[in-house]
Design a protein around this ligand. Structure first.
Ligand code: AQP
Length: 321
């Protein structure tokens, strides 16, 4: 089984990214063929400062390496180190209807927030389809926000195969219900662009400040609270086992719970949870050349596989005369 997923180096990686995608990817490398990459072409749709993009790419790579991605067990690279993916994007564009892209929620949501719709934002799902199809991925672990984009990749693969003959594997998304949408500090989806995140690796003071600012309702202390409507509960639950979760649920339902106390506990838990990885991350950040070497090594392996699918597609559409 070939598993593939990417992440945008467009800001600080957060616990939504971690539980929604990164954690599963790190686990999968143990017994699957894993393709994991930093989608810096995609990040270009929102990041317009070149130096920032370079820095964020190396930081995201260091995050992933520190958290456990193993460049020997997986293929770990940066999207732009295999630029052939942009050629495949073009080949796919011609079997992609405008309607399919116009229906994409992520595009519509960006427009509704007043972001000027450039072609990159509109064509984002086609580049993502190229990413997935170029490596023959069967399964794509993502958060719910990316579900529709994987479905677009499926549609494009099916359309391409029926137009030009069997070329691509038709992929499927993988979205476990309990981590489908991790809420942010304000209760909306945790997202880099909403500035409502709990970053995996921020400084202690910043982490405390962020966690203390999780939005809670105004239920008085002496009344029971509803865990199912609480971002605080949902976020805390990510760090607990089944039994601990039941205890927390009970505390919410019992009058007397103070949100401030729970937030302090959550802060301590999150800080401890990522502690073992913090030093490793700093080490990688201090050795950017080592990180670059790791990424280039991954790109070499990715290119070898990707170019086979690309050649097949080039042949099947007839641009190889
Ligand atoms: N809140 C979330 N809950 C569950 N999964 C999430 N993911 C992101 N946020 C959540 C998953 O993380 C992977 C990488 O995401 P991405 O950075 O490539 O893009 P994104 O989904 O758009 O993440 P952000 O933080 O919301 O980025 P911006 O604001 O730059 O668009 C994906 O699998 C995603 O589902």
């Amino acid at each position: 089984m070939r598993i593939l997923s990417g992440i945008q180096p467009s800001g600080e990686l957060h616990i939504g990214n971690y539980f929604g995608m990164m954690k599963r990817m790190i686990e999968y490398q143990e017994n699957h063929e894993l393709f994991c990459f930093l989608v810096n072409y995609h990040a270009l749709t929102t990041v317009f400062e070149p130096e920032r993009l370079r820095r964020k790419t190396l930081e995201a790579a260091s995050d992933f390496l520190a958290l456990g991605i193993d460049p020997e067990k997986s293929i770990f690279w940066v999207q732009s180190d295999v630029p052939e993916v942009t050629e495949l994007t073009w080949l796919l564009s011609n079997v992609t209807s405008m309607g399919l892209l116009e229906r994409c929620h992520a595009y519509k949501e960006k427009i509704s927030r007043g972001i000027t719709p450039n072609h990159g934002i509109f064509a984002y799902p086609v580049l993502m389809a190229a990413d997935i199809l170029m490596y023959g991925a069967n399964k794509v672990p993502v958060g719910k926000d990316q579900k529709q984009h994987v479905e677009v990749a499926r549609d494009i693969a099916i359309r391409f195969n029926s137009t030009y003959g069997e070329t691509f594997v038709v992929p499927e998304e993988e979205i476990p219900e309990e981590v489908a949408t991790i809420p942010g500090l304000d209760g909306q989806k945790m997202s880099k662009s909403y500035d409502n995140t709990i970053p995996i690796f921020c400084k202690e003071k910043e982490l405390r400040k962020r966690i203390m600012s999780i939005k809670t309702d105004s239920t008085p202390v002496d009344q029971s609270k509803d865990p199912d409507k609480s971002a605080l509960y949902e976020i805390y639950a990510l760090f607990l086992d089944k039994q601990e979760r039941a205890v927390l649920r009970d505390r919410f339902l019992t009058p007397g719970l103070q949100y401030g106390v729970v937030k302090q506990e959550l802060f301590a838990r999150v800080w401890e949870f990522f502690k073992p990885y913090r030093d490793k991350r700093d080490e990688y950040l201090q050795r950017p050349d080592t990180v670059r070497d790791i990424l280039r090594y991954g790109a070499k392996k990715a290119r070898a596989i990707g170019s086979e699918y690309l050649m097949k597609a080039r042949h099947n559409v007839g641009v190889d005369y």
